[in-house]
Design a protein around this ligand. Structure first.
Ligand code: FNR
Length: 219
């Protein structure tokens, strides 16, 4: 049975949500929207943490952000499935309370950091209690090199697909974060980069609105 829905999102949702007696339901939700953001780096001087500060500054007012930390999570094992530690229960509750998730990740060895993958694994378990499913998501990241986390972002997208999280496809943003590009307070010193990041966040707002507003397809 598990193979049929290994993401743990549950199979009954298409029937249980969005449809009643064969009729589609219109589910309109008004902003502000609750967005949890997860920085994939736990390094003290993280450039992705710096990028997150800039993104929050440039985001539309209709988005309300919560920082969802991953540094204190133990390493996931199935042995915990019957009884998750409190720190993990709090982490999962923080995600469950959001309408959308923004991932800001470094690239480590052409993939996402282990700390981020560990956090996502916790969020997806135990089977049937995947709290990432159906959250509107967006992925962005910064690296010191010119590739700008492109490979890591693609890998993260694959994980999020499996977990049944709708993802903003475009715009993409691969940030090469050179010293001085973003100041401590999140000010972006390059006009083109600032415009790109602002557009990214406006697009994410619009995407969240579309995901949360379920309009029946015309017959
Ligand atoms: C890196 N870095 C890196 N950069 C990149 O563009 N592609 C990569 O595959 C890697 N691989 C990699 C592995 C490991 C273990 C480290 C520590 C670093 C460099 C990386 O972009 C740089 O260290 C950033 O500063 C990492 O982001 P945070 O942790 O500062 O947010």
């Amino acid at each position: 049975m598990e193979a049929a829905d290994a993401s743990g999102a549950g199979l009954d949702t298409a029937r249980g949500r969005g449809q009643a007696g064969g009729m589609a339901t219109v589910n309109e939700l008004q902003p502000p929207y609750r967005v949890g953001y997860i920085v994939g780096s736990i390094s003290s001087g993280s450039i992705n943490r710096r990028l997150s500060t800039a993104l929050l500054k440039l985001a539309p007012e209709e988005l309300v952000f919560t920082d969802i930390g991953i540094a204190d999570l133990p390493l996931y094992s199935r042995d915990y499935d019957g009884d998750f530690p409190e720190v993990v229960r709090d982490f999962k509750a923080a995600i469950a309370a959001q309408q959308a998730l923004l991932f800001i990740t470094p690239e480590y060895n052409r993939s996402i950091p282990g700390a981020l993958k560990n956090a996502i694994d916790w969020a997806s378990r135990p089977h049937g209690e995947n709290v990432i499913a159906r959250k509107a998501t967006a992925v962005i990241g910064a690296s010191t090199g010119p590739i700008g986390t492109a490979v890591a972002q693609q890998q993260l997208r694959s994980v999020l697909s499996f977990l049944q999280a709708p993802q903003m496809n475009a715009p993409e943003a691969y940030i090469q974060l050179k010293p001085g590009l973003i100041e401590d307070d999140g000010t972006v010193t390059n006009e083109a980069t600032e415009a790109l990041l602002r557009r990214f966040m406006v697009s994410f707002f619009e995407y969240i609105e579309r995901v949360l507003t379920v309009v029946p397809a015309p017959r």
